[in-house]
Ligand binder design. Sequence first.
Ligand code: BGC
Ligand code: CA
Length: 334
Amino acid sequence: MKRLIACMVALLSLSGCTAAQPVSNKIKIGVTVYDSYDTFISELMDNFDADMTNYSNITLQKYDASKTQSQQNKQVEKMIEDGCNVICVNLVDRTAPKKIIDLAKASDVPIIFFNRELVAEDLQQWSGLYYIGANAEESGVMEGKIAADAWKASAASDKNSDGIIQYVVMEGEAGHQDAIVRTEKSVNTLIDSGLQVDKLASPIANWNKSQAQTRMASLITQYRDSVEMVLCNNDDMALGVIDAYRAAGLSREQWPIIVGIDGTKPGLEAVASGEMAGTVYNNKEGQASAMADLAVALASKESTSSLNLEDGRYIRLAYEPITSSNVSEYIDQK
Ligand code: BGC
Ligand code: CA
């Protein structure tokens, strides 16, 4: 079976579900994600689907763009033809939203972009365009702070005792705002905390666990146990790094400090077990519910004033640092 979820139309008007809030008219909301196999995106969408059950009279039309922008453009075209009142787009290529913006503008269907941020000039192209996500800089600073604290907490972190951190950055994806900014800010935060750093490598693993495992395995062949820190742009890649250390047969004392970002379910477990020194919570619950609220308001042509949109267009949820000291709160909550 092809991985593409062809066209999943889910009717969410749950008759008999007393909690469901009726919306005035029947509305249809379209969603297309860049890759439904991305852990963070799939957790975000699970939350969005759950949020949608709070409303009756809403039909959802969902697509997976399978990492192909041209395919995503066609999906948006189809959703407009099918009468979607608003469309949520997790762009494949954040630098190529033109076709989608033109289609939306021509048919007067608002678009909520999410997670993969288009440049501000593109969002200004038309008044019906919105963005929901988070401030990448904040996540990089928090990750750097967690890593710096972990380093300072144990003299054994400096395996070769040279007073310098020999580190690797596992990068998300070329050109993705979160990858670029998290890499820069996490390393700068180490330096700003008075630490000296020495970069060994910064491979790209496309947010993906198995790609990160492969990249780390080759670095372990090269450096054995002398890597002292691995800053990962997300949790899935941190988990791939852990798999590589495990597969190489290195004992836990030989592992570096490993930090991630997202606070996905498996990421939180790795923090709880001490395999990861920490992660940064990327508020998928908040992003999903903001997207649900905004989509419903736009589709039913209601006011968005209670949603506190920044510059009338943006909603950004705050990141939160997670270490062994507070991870249980997040595990209990999820
Ligand atoms: C998340 C990653 C995810 C990416 C997808 C980032 O914000 O941290 O886990 O793969 O978005 O665009
Ligand atoms: Ca060192």
